[in-house]
Write a new protein. Structure first.
Length: 188
């Protein structure tokens, strides 16, 4: 496939996105901000990189000055390497996010779980714990959304059977959300 064909594929994928899902995503993030709740972001592989980038952008990219007091409190649980490696080694990789949520999360915090396939065991285990413990949950998925789309209370799905392009579209969605949230929160 040449780059022109890839651009066409990417643009067609963007056209299929449900803008209501993205608007709802921004609404949930805004509510977390207004209610002083934490936003936890998780993912594996490329989705882990997206989780780190998105959490950083939420925490820094939506503020208007370094002196601003009220901020979006966002953490990527993919970035705690000592905990992840200890937990994975001692109790299994499928619990690396769930155990961090047990440590840090409180009722009504927000969990953003990113999974291209929607079937990663450690993502599903964290999602189940979050649902059982009163967190607001969002699954950001590719393909048909897998089990995560069904488990999450809210969903943003990129219905594309291509992991790389799904992850690219997730990144585009996240950047749009940051730009729009920064604008909306100017008056708050």
């Amino acid at each position: 496939m040449d780059f022109g064909n890839y651009k066409n594929k990417l643009n067609k994928t963007l056209e299929t996105l449900d803008s209501r899902e993205i608007e709802n995503f921004m609404k949930l993030l805004t509510e977390a901000y207004r209610n002083d709740k934490f936003v936890f972001v998780i993912g594996n592989g490329g989705s882990a990189a997206n989780a780190s980038h998105f959490a950083q952008d939420l925490a820094k990219g939506t503020r208007h000055s370094p002196e601003q007091t009220k901020r979006i409190k966002a953490l990527s649980l993919t970035d705690n390497l000592p905990f992840i490696t200890a937990q994975g080694n001692d109790e299994g990789y499928d619990s690396i996010f769930e155990q961090q949520l047990r440590t840090y999360a409180k009722r009504d915090d927000l969990l953003v779980a990113i999974s291209g396939s929607g079937n990663s065991p450690n993502i599903l285990k964290a999602m189940q714990w979050a649902n059982d413990n009163g967190l607001v949950t969002i699954g950001v998925t590719g393909f048909d959304g897998g089990k995560l789309k069904k488990m999450a209370q809210h969903s943003v799905n990129v219905a594309l059977n291509d992991m790389c392009t799904s992850e690219s579209v997730h990144s585009i969605i996240f950047h749009y959300v940051i730009i729009e949230l920064a604008e909306r929160l100017k008056t708050e």
